[in-house]
Design a protein around this ligand. Structure first.
Ligand code: 6MZ
Length: 347
């Protein structure tokens, strides 16, 4: 077996996957057909938009946020959200992702955020009933460009589901376009999440804003996403990396996403290397496997080939990422056994 086949079979944990960014072409086609069957008027316009998107793979971060707006038009009903979630779970499972922390930003369906989230949870429950071999947890996301009032409703919903569906809903993610907002406006809400005993991950320093990155690190979320401009290789300063090291917050690293969005120039320049050398805990993730045409296996392969690493180290990264999951210790222990079993036979 070559590296790509071995990494494909290796058990993996995905900790940073946005539902709507993870839709494959097959799912997009299915959802487009659903619109056609419902005789939606906007379907031709959507087809043209998707054809255009597929022509251009090199998007800036701002352009990606435009792509999400288009995709959101396809997942605008209970049925489409359910289909999207089932497909994403099954596709991750097919590449031997045994643990998936999916995140999604609830949008009002018939005026209700709950309807959206219930469709996602129903899909997760049904995959479990069908014995799809993957443990799935859910983070609700707040889109920081959408303002405090919407974020508050999502935080309240997260807290309530964290009580009634603690087997699925484990915490909150803060994402969306950094350019449009001041993160500290949301801090009272983020403290509420922490006080409720739920987990918190925050997109941090995906674009450069040192003051904001410092404020987030001092808030001490359970994980951060990207952390790109914490790297001294990009900022020329050691201040933030020292703070990250001190706080020991694990970082979700998404190599293809950062390269496509041009926040890092090449894979070789990716801050994975700097973080690894500084002993920062990290997990390799996809971010938006659909939008960036990648997979978790592909992301591990990129790390292996770019930095010329042995397979045993790649496997240890995958195993270590279990420590940073937001699931219960008993489930982590169960998953570790599966990883160890594979490791004994393969690495
Ligand atoms: C920041 C991102 C993102 O929530 O509708 N999202 N936020 N940086 C990124 N890097 C590329 N990728 C995705 O999935 C899509 C939403 O996730 C966030 C954005 O808010 C986007 O609208 P959901 O399932």
């Amino acid at each position: 077996m070559d590296d790509s086949q071995i990494i494909f079979t290796m058990p993996k944990a995905e900790l940073h996957a946005h539902l709507n960014g993870s839709l494959s072409q097959a799912t997009i086609k299915k959802l487009m057909d659903l619109k056609t069957s419902h005789q939606c008027e906007d379907v031709f316009q959507l087809q043209t938009m998707f054809a255009k998107l597929n022509e251009d793979h090199n998007k800036t971060l701002d352009e990606c946020f435009q792509v999400f707006k288009v995709i959101h038009q396809l997942t605008d009903s209970e049925q489409s959200i359910y289909i999207a979630t089932v497909d994403v779970i099954k596709e991750f499972s097919e590449e031997n992702v045994l643990y998936l922390e999916l995140r999604t930003t609830p949008r009002a369906i018939d005026g209700s955020f709950e309807t959206y989230v219930n469709a996602v949870i129903r899909a997760i429950d049904d995959c479990r009933k069908e014995n799809v071999p993957i443990l799935v947890k859910l983070l609700l996301s707040i889109d920081r460009s959408k303002g405090f009032d919407i974020a508050k409703q999502i935080v309240d919903l997260t807290i309530s589901l964290g009580l009634t569906r603690s087997d699925v809903v484990v915490g909150l993610d803060v994402s969306g376009n950094m350019a449009d907002s001041d993160i500290t406006d949301y801090f009272p809400l983020l403290y509420k999440i922490k006080d409720a005993g739920l987990k918190l991950t925050v997109h941090t320093a995906e674009v450069r804003n040192d003051a904001e990155a410092e404020a987030i690190l001092r808030l001490k979320p359970d994980r951060i996403g990207h952390g790109t401009f914490i790297s001294p290789s990009l900022t020329g300063s050691l201040h933030l990396i020292h703070l990250l090291k001190e706080t020991n917050i694990p970082v979700e690293l998404c190599l293809t996403s950062n390269k496509v969005c041009k926040t890092v120039p090449t894979f070789k320049d990716h801050h994975w290397k700097v973080f690894f050398d500084h002993g920062i805990p990290f997990s390799i993730c996809t971010d938006d496997k659909g939008v960036f045409s990648t997979s978790l296996s592909q992301e591990y392969l990129i790390v292996k080939h770019t930095f010329n690493l042995p397979l045993s180290l790649i496997w240890s990264f995958s195993l270590k990422s279990l420590d940073y999951t937001f699931t219960a210790e008993t489930e982590k222990a169960y998953l570790s056994k599966l990883w160890e079993e594979w490791g004994q036979n393969n690495k």
